[in-house]
Design a protein around this ligand. Structure first.
Ligand SMILES: C[S@@+](CC[C@H](N)C(=O)[O-])C[C@H]1O[C@@H](n2cnc3c(N)ncnc32)[C@H](O)[C@@H]1O
Length: 363
């Protein structure tokens, strides 16, 4: 059943599903906004007492507490397992409920995506023989089929992340903001822009609104995502290109892009792949080009509080984020510099959790 859209967001196929998913959104909001601060504060208070009593060794000056000590103490606080259960349950409810609803409209959606490919074949680029490597195929965030293996993955990602964003961003507000905050090259030449790890192209299409004269590319390993993104762009009258490829082997020409944007890509790949992707982005950015990165914060200055470290570790196991702890622990800025970029802090977004970096390829 196609119940149309609210603005740019598709409606679930039954009113009962929409009501249920509204409840899941509120439940998530509760777990994140109310539950997390209480869990973190209780855990950190217990940790302080345990250090005072000498049960947990005081870290050396400039050193961080081992994660194992944080986990041991947090696990003894009664609210911690309750919070962990809330977080896991809302995640399962969000994906299962979303997919169950949109599977009812699957035939029409598959037809709409195929029609968009027939009407605008030059804007979508993929090779049917391409096999995404295993590391990209895990079910990140517990999304069934992950980014690569569910033909309905695009719409499931779209509505599921509306819940993930706790209802905010149902009209792409965050993506519009990030596209606006992507840094322009100082010489003002903007002919080609890449949105790397673009998912369903919510930033990609808004880059076209901002830079109508430029050629805009969204690249992602997930074919279901780019097929859905392409269909949406066609429906919205946006002339953008979507390509299924690996960010570390993009197939673009040396120095092709004036600007590149990456929004929360790097914590979702192993550190070795992150290094390969940075080298590839350095190659395809032209001298003087700007690479804008909005990403999870790193732990490298030792300032990340124990509650956050506990949450990231919990998320990696309970929310299938296998690569994020290594990313958070990595010296991301240092690796960007080793790749050849000049790195500075970028404009913060309304999502204060994210770090913002601008990496410039020296002219
Ligand atoms: C958290 S999502 C990014 C969100 C997206 N930038 C947005 O605007 O909402 C991470 C994306 O990176 C993609 N990805 C992961 N590894 C990749 C790789 N090696 N090459 C290309 N895309 C990759 C995934 O398929 C997924 O769509």
């Amino acid at each position: 059943m196609d119940r149309g859209n609210i603005g740019v967001l598709p409606r679930p196929t039954k009113l009962a599903d929409e009501s249920y998913l509204e409840f899941v959104t509120s439940f998530r909001k509760f777990a994140i906004q109310k539950g997390f601060p209480v869990m973190a504060a209780n855990g950190e208070a217990a940790l302080g007492k345990s250090i005072e009593k000498g049960e947990t060794p005081t870290p050396e000056e400039g050193e961080q507490l081992p994660l194992s000590d944080i986990k041991k103490v947090f696990a003894q606080v009664p609210f911690t397992p309750t919070w962990q259960r809330f977080v896991r349950s809302q995640q399962e409810m969000m994906w299962r409920g979303t997919r169950k609803s949109f599977v009812r409209g699957a035939d029409k959606l598959m037809q709409d995506m195929a029609d968009a490919e027939i009407s605008h074949p030059d804007n979508i680029h993929y090779d049917s023989n391409f096999e995404p490597p295993k590391y990209t195929r895990c079910e990140i965030h517990c999304q069934p089929g992950g980014y690569t293996d569910d033909p309905l993955g695009g719409i499931v990602f779209h509505y599921g992340t509306k819940i993930f964003y706790e209802g905010f961003n149902d009209q792409d507000e965050l993506h519009i903001e990030l596209a606006e905050k992507a840094t322009k090259p100082e010489d003002g030449k903007i002919e080609q822009i890449l949105d790397v790890g673009c998912s369903i192209g919510q930033c990609t299409t808004h880059l076209k609104t901002l830079y109508p004269q430029a050629e805009i590319w969204g690249l992602d390993v997930g074919l279901p995502l780019i097929r859905y993104g392409h269909m949406r762009a066609v429906q919205h009258g946006k002339d953008v290109h979507f390509k299924q490829a690996l960010a570390e082997d993009s197939g673009f020409a040396d120095g092709q892009f004036d600007m590149i944007l990456a929004y929360i890509l790097f914590h979702e790949v192993p550190v070795a792949k992150m290094k390969e992707i940075l080298a590839e982005m350095f190659r395809v950015l032209r001298p003087g080009g700007k690479f804008s990165i909005f990403e999870f914060p790193n732990n490298d200055d030792g300032q990340v509080p124990p509650g956050y470290r506990f949450m990231i570790d919990n998320d990696s196991r309970d929310n299938c984020e296998p690569y994020s702890p290594a990313f958070v622990a990595s010296d991301f800025k240092g690796i960007l510099e080793q790749t050849g970029f000049i790195v500075e802090d970028g404009p913060k977004s309304s999502n204060e959790f994210l770090q913002s970096l601008i990496a410039t390829k020296p002219a």
